[in-house]
Design a protein around this ligand. Structure first.
Ligand code: GA4
Length: 332
């Protein structure tokens, strides 16, 4: 029998669990960025799942492994060293607490602002005193490569759904005032829990991302699940060589509900640690979130009231992770 020590029991007591699901997401759309019909497949995936996997992306594996190793060096360092870069407000190092309203998960993380106007050496020293210059350099390089790839995908989307100019979407995250962010997540293993209860700890509870598009890459540990249209949760097989894209609330609004902001969550594994890196492409604070007029059919009504990204973000930070944040902006 496994006997749990008191400190372990204490650290688990605020974290929710769920029953493991055996549904594997086998129909995951795989987009080869180098083929001519990629844009059609991307748009189909955004409508059906709000989720797809990108291969042939030209980002070197060596570089991805370097960032992953450097991130693990940080996460494996002494707790007091890590705490020097926390608590997140909203940026910085966080441990189990997610957001400002009481959400908890079996996760520790670093959350960075990627606004090019803000990022500087001084910023890094002020918010992340516990971070090595190597990790800082790799994060910046990674964010700029992923931003370029995200822009390429957003431009393919714009072409396919016929909104113009071609950079109608990508300019929002290319803008130097783009309110994008980046997070490095570490889900430590928890071998003690599973044999006892047969349940999984929630690493990061179910939610949708508020931004336009998010891009995730992880090591070869599973845990990510998405919710399908019919409400079924399915596990996404890990693939450390690919990127997973998911549609955020803002893109659902700008397409007047044609694209689906996908609900997702992460379950912690019993035995392996999971490291993931996610870029959240968001618009400038002053950007109006409303459907592209070129998309609207005759007589089609707006599903959402008009709002700025700043208004939406403020409202998101007042919500709990699992809330339906768009509900407040729906036209009934
Ligand atoms: C979800 C998507 C991103 O991880 C994030 C998260 C943010 C945070 O961790 O601070 C939020 C969450 C996310 C939405 C609701 C609020 C804010 C935690 C939370 C409870 C960085 C983001 O932009 O929104």
């Amino acid at each position: 029998m496994v006997v749990l020590s008191q400190p372990i029991l204490d650290s688990l007591s605020h974290i929710k669990t769920c029953r493991p699901t055996c549904n594997i997401f086998t129909e995951i759309p795989i987009i080869d960025l180098s083929v001519p019909n990629a844009k059609t497949l991307i748009v189909e995936a955004c409508k059906e799942f709000g989720f797809f996997k990108v291969i042939n992306h030209n980002i070197r594996m060596e570089f991805l492994s370097k960032l992953e190793t450097e991130a693990l060096t940080f996460f494996n360092s002494a707790q007091q060293e890590k705490d020097k870069s926390g608590p997140p407000n909203p940026f910085g190092y966080g441990n189990k607490k997610i957001g400002p309203n009481g959400d908890m998960g079996w996760v520790e993380y670093l959350l960075f602002c990627t606004n090019t106007q803000l990022i500087s050496q001084n910023y890094s020293k002020a918010i992340f005193p516990g971070l090595s210059q190597t990790l800082w350099g790799l994060v910046n390089e990674y964010v700029s490569a992923i931003r370029n790839m995200t822009c390429e995908v957003l431009e393919m989307i714009a072409e396919e759904i016929e909104i113009w100019p071609r950079d109608a979407l990508s300019r929002m995250i290319r803008d130097e005032k783009s309110d994008s962010c980046f997070r490095l997540n570490h889900y430590p293993p928890c071998p003690e829990l599973q044999p006892l209860s047969g349940r999984n700890l929630i690493g990061f509870g179910e939610h949708t991302d508020p931004q336009i598009m998010s891009v995730l890459r992880s090591n070869n540990t599973s845990g990510l699940q998405i919710c399908l249209k019919n409400g079924t949760w399915v596990s996404v097989p890990s693939d450390h060589t690919s990127f997973f894209f998911n549609v955020g609330d803002s893109l659902q609004v700008m397409t007047n509900g044609r694209f689906r902001s996908v609900k997702h969550r992460v379950l912690a594994e019993g035995l392996k640690s999971r490291v993931s890196m996610i870029y959240f492409g968001g618009p400038p604070l002053s950007e109006k979130m409303k459907p592209f007029s070129q998309l609207m059919e005759e007589g089609e009504e707006n599903l959402y009231k008009e709002f700025t990204w700043c208004e939406y973000k403020n409202s998101a930070y007042k919500s709990r992770l699992g809330d339906n944040r768009l509900a407040l902006f729906e036209i009934s």
